[in-house]
Design a protein around this ligand. Structure first.
Ligand code: TXA
Ligand code: MG
Length: 295
């Protein structure tokens, strides 16, 4: 990574494709490898809050959220520090920077030894489901990486929650740290009223398998793969996100099961209704985008 190479990096959320955030050539190689539009900024990952405070301006709210949830699946969007090491390209030219301290032990070791900020977008090619296993990450962008760390299957399985602290606290991307958990620390969250502008990565069609995705399906049609949730009478090409109806288990399985269903080349992937409370907000957000429904 110090030489500008890309590395497959496990985190507790999803696998990332990592590079030195201070090296514009390395960052350019990340956009290239993912086929990612350059207006979509990257998250800088660091080992701890002290390192993060050299990159961005933390107010009280930011420090409270960092203390409550780091290391862990929360990303904070903050104003840059005057001498931030995160290069312009990593921020897509914005005066703000997205930062997180991941919890996965291998990610923590790498970040501690590297010292500086590391960009790590999800290791999928742009628009595809995020990889939650080493094999899926290698499949997506492994050919672009000089090395990879196999950290096993990702425990969380959904990307981090993204919260902007620029004016009022704003939820830019729901994730496994829930709205209620954030609001318990900083009060009511404003919505990202202009989705595409506030968090440029939130494109309509995203996280998408090859097959079309149909949501809120009680009973799949012939030829469809079915992702069930809770008890089901469906038979055939069926994977159950969580037979017991546990949202954490469903989140951890979501992207891997979308990929597994897709490999069976179904007419469509039908997905059972998933409750919208708590972690269900993030699961439904990803599903709606996988189906290409957000305009
Ligand atoms: O869980 C995660 O966050 C994973 C793992 C690997 O850490 N990473 C990840 O990165 O999901 P990526 O690049 O796929 O998503 C980053 C999101 C995008 O929606 C992007 O638009 C948003 O964060 N973002 C980054 N910098 C931003 C900024 N300055 N302002 C607003 N949104 C920003
Ligand atoms: Mg992504």
């Amino acid at each position: 990574m110090r030489a500008g190479s890309l590395v497959i990096l496990p985190t507790e959320t999803v696998y990332g494709l990592a590079a030195d955030a201070a090296n514009p050539a390395a960052v350019a190689a990340i956009y290239e490898a993912k086929g990612r539009p350059r207006f979509n900024p990257l998250i800088s990952h660091v080992a701890d809050l002290a390192t993060a405070e050299r990159l961005a301006v933390f107010d009280d709210r930011a420090r409270k959220l960092a203390t409550a949830f780091w290391p862990g699946p929360l990303t904070l969007v903050l104003p840059i520090a005057a001498d931030t090491a995160v290069c312009d390209l990593a921020r897509a030219g914005l005066e703000t920077v997205a930062i997180r301290v991941p919890a996965h032990p291998l990610a923590r070791q790498l970040l501690a030894r590297f010292g500086g900020p590391v960009v790590a977008p999800s290791a999928n090619r742009s628009g595809r489901p995020s990889p939650t296993t080493y094999a899926d990450a290698m499949d997506e962008t492994g050919d672009k990486a000089a090395a990879g760390l196999d950290g096993g299957p990702c425990a969380v399985g959904l990307e981090s929650t993204v919260v902007a602290l620029l004016d009022q606290p704003r939820l830019l991307r729901p994730g496994s740290v829930t709205r209620a958990e954030i609001e318990a620390v900083v009060g009511r969250l404003a919505e990202a009223e202009d989705d595409a502008k506030r968090s440029p990565g939130r494109l309509a069609r995203h996280y998408s398998p090859e097959a079309p995705v149909r949501l809120n399906v009680g009973a799949p049609e012939a030829g469809e793969a079915y992702l069930a949730f809770g008890p089901t009478t469906a038979t055939g090409n069926v994977l159950n996100l969580s037979a017991s109806g546990d949202l954490r288990e469903a989140a951890a399985n979501l992207f891997a099961y979308l990929r597994a269903a897709d490999r069976t080349k179904p007419a469509a992937i039908a997905v059972a209704p998933i409750p919208t409370q708590g972690l269900g907000e993030a699961i439904n957000d990803r599903l709606i985008r996988a189906a290409g429904f957000v305009g």
